[in-house]
Structures are given as C-alpha cells and as structure tokens.
Design a binder for this molecule. Structure first.
Ligand code: ZN
Length: 141
C-alpha cells in the first residue's frame, strides 16, 4: 500500500506556540525551545529522539523552570520500553510476533516483557486513580 502523507500541502499558516509553563500564546516567533529527557516520550518515527521531550517556552526564564521540573522527573526505563512497544504496535495494526516486536523496537525479549508489564500496571493504576474500577475493590474481568 502506498499511503501519501502529504495532507495540508499548499498554504501553511504557522500555528502559534504555547508556553509549556504558563500557557502564553507566542505568535511573534519569540519562543525558545528546549529538549529534556522524559521516559514517557517516544518520537513518532525516529528512534533517535526517543526519551526526549521538546518544550516550548515564552522566554529563557520559563524555559529554565521547565527544564528544572523535568530534571526532577525520574527516567523510568520500563516506561520508555513500553512507549517503544506502543509505537511499534501502532505502526503494525495487524499485530507483531514477539520476534517482530523485538526487531521493531530494538528491545530484548526481557525488556519487552518488563515493558508490557509496566504498561499493564500503569493502566491499572490510571484506572483506579480516575475511578473507573469503582474503587480499590472494583471487579476484575
Ligand atoms: Zn511562559
């Protein structure tokens, strides 16, 4: 299949950026970009950018504060592996075998297993936090 991803060719109106700290709209091109390590992030296509989050700030002072916030965030490897697995599966809607998944993610089978478990654990944690389980004694299926 040949998919073209050339939507939006022609006129391109640059979207104004929002400061990731204060939410200010930056429409005059004065935004400042920063990159921080963040294990929850994988790049959509390029593995070289995995684990890095691009931040936009309205100025260097807010950028500095953002970078400091992320410096305190632990880099959780299973979270990063889970994100890589998620990306690989997104790109292969028909599913992947264990070997194919290892190939697509560059992870070892052990890392994949840990990543999958981490993902399941995080999902459970998230559900109980937003109350979808009906509380800690919610029924399991
Ligand atoms: Zn700001």
């Amino acid at each position: 299949m040949d998919e073209t991803e050339n939507e939006g060719l022609g006129e391109q109106v640059p979207e104004p950026e929002l400061c990731d700290l204060c939410g200010a709209v930056i429409a005059d091109g004065s935004e400042v970009y920063f990159v921080v390590r963040d294990s929850s992030v994988v790049h959509r296509t390029n593995q070289e950018f995995d684990g890095r989050r691009l931040l936009v700030a309205c100025g260097r002072e807010h950028g500095r504060q953002l970078v400091e916030q992320y410096r305190d965030r632990p880099f959780v490897e299973p979270e990063q592996w889970a994100a890589k697995i998620g990306r690989a599966l997104d790109q292969h809607p028909n599913g992947l075998s264990g070997a194919e998944l290892a190939e697509a993610t560059g992870l070892t089978p052990a890392q994949i297993e840990i990543g999958v478990r981490w993902q399941a654990m995080a999902a459970t944690d998230w559900r109980s936090r937003v109350g979808l389980d009906g509380g800690p004694d919610g029924e399991r299926s």
